[in-house]
Design a protein. Structure first.
Length: 304
């Protein structure tokens, strides 16, 4: 049974509720917060990207700084994001044609509008997962693996991803799926996902994400803003209501909103982190979400 995690109030009326699961680990790694069926498997969606970036390093990809951050992130398709992705590919002797993610407009609206005015079309390199895919390709080249089939779950690179995630999660993956970008996705429990992100915080991937949060998302992106406001914290969201947060001190939170909605995940995650004793005051603006009516705030979405 999933628990109520957030409540939507409009003009004093409770309009909606988001249900799901949330788990929090204290600095010792013990479960200190448990709401909902946290032992059930979930698909991590884009919260898997930092673990896929770890596999890029393990395969020998020479990624660091913004290149490593963009491999672990969901960039918004800005020109500077595309420049870094292009450089990762070029350093591996590849072009954007090697990418197997889907074609997409950039998520950044001004950039998208500029491209439309210029007569451009959706492209793979503007897709928010192109950094991850470029990193995977760089890892394959470094290890001498084939690049045409790098998204096959049985490809040596994807075997490396799965093994790394399972090692950090402390459990075996129970299901293999296909993510929205076409990459394999390995299901673990929500508590396993929290263990995995806790194990990530002292790796080069986490260092790159914290040092270059604008390449994990982009201007105004909530993951980017949380990491800027809370130095030392790693934040990564994913589709279908998944979010992970971890601190340098060892706290970790994993959230799954069962209706797949994203609007409340950051507020839920920060409230969970606060309940573990971590000070989130600097990011207090993200502990709730405004509800608008007639262009003005008439309510809030708040964690339960």
């Amino acid at each position: 049974m999933h628990d109520p995690l957030a409540e939507v109030t409009r003009s004093g009326f409770v309009e909606s509720r988001h249900f799901g699961s949330v788990v929090g680990l204290d600095p010792s790694g013990a479960v200190a917060l448990r709401r909902g069926p946290v032992d059930d498997p979930v698909l991590p969606r884009s919260t898997a990207k930092p673990f896929q970036a770890l596999a890029c390093l393990a395969a020998g990809a020479p990624l660091e700084g913004p290149a490593l951050a963009v491999a672990a992130g969901s960039h918004t398709g800005l020109d500077r994001h595309v420049e870094v992705v292009s450089r990762v590919l070029a350093d591996a002797g590849l072009t954007p044609d090697a990418l197997r993610c889907v074609e997409s407009w950039p998520e950044d609206e001004p950039t998208r509008d500029d491209l439309i005015r210029a007569g451009e079309k959706p492209s793979r390199i503007r897709m928010n997962c192109s950094g991850k895919h470029a990193g995977m390709l760089a890892g394959c080249v470094a290890s001498g693996w084939s690049v045409d089939d790098y998204l096959d779950p049985e490809h040596p690179f994807q075997v490396l991803v799965r093994a790394g995630l399972e090692a950090l999660a402390g459990e075996r993956s129970t299901h293999t799926a296909v993510d929205g970008c076409g990459a394999p996705l390995f299901a673990v429990s929500l508590v396993g996902l929290a263990r995995a992100v806790r194990g990530l915080v002292h790796t080069p991937v986490a260092d790159a994400m914290r040092a270059h949060p604008e390449f994990v998302g982009g201007p105004g992106h909530v993951n980017t803003e949380v990491m800027r406001l809370l130095p030392g914290v790693v934040a990564k969201g994913g589709a279908e209501g998944v979010l992970v947060l971890a601190t340098a001190e060892g706290h970790a939170v994993a959230v799954k909103v069962i209706d797949g909605g994203l609007r409340a995940t950051t507020a839920i995650g920060l409230a969970a982190l606060r309940s573990l004793g971590f000070d989130v005051t600097a990011a207090a603006a993200h502990l709730s979400v405004p509800v608008l009516g007639g262009g003005r705030e008439v309510g809030r979405i708040v964690p339960v």
